[in-house]
Design a protein. Sequence first.
Length: 184
Amino acid sequence: MTLVTLDEAKRQLDIESTSHDVELQLYVDALDSVIEGYVGVVGQRQITDVITGGGAGLSVLHPPLVAVSSLAGGPPGGSITYPADTLAVNGPAGIISRLDGSCFPAGAYTVTYTAGRATVPPTMKLAALILLQHLWRTQYGASRVPVGGADDWSMSDPVPGFGYAVPNRVLQLLEPFKLPPGVA
């Protein structure tokens, strides 16, 4: 699932011709990874990761977590397979725990899981469209930037910690969905 289609991008940018379609598709394709860097997986998809850990829970690398299909691994020299129906998931946090309350032994685990959201919140879609508009605008450099005021479209005023690529209004729209600390 992509956040924005080529047709939606063209409507946002008021482009009617097909002369920019190839270049514009590159911009559209880049949006998902930027947005997912702030909010986690957007559209549901199957992911297989190798994670290390142990204790009461294991953290997946790409929250939000919908369901676990398989989990196997454990201490070096041994492997334990955990049936999916013996596991509990904390979706937003991306944590897998055991229903019986036992701990996972420390080690490496291969986990296959579904991550993402069943539907894309309109706020995320709007953030992606605004980001597209901003990135498309930056290709023209200073020649098309209005003189004066420092709004969040400015190509010369970075957002502290984020540089020039993601405008404040996009960050504000994504704020309610941002990943918890320590998840990237």
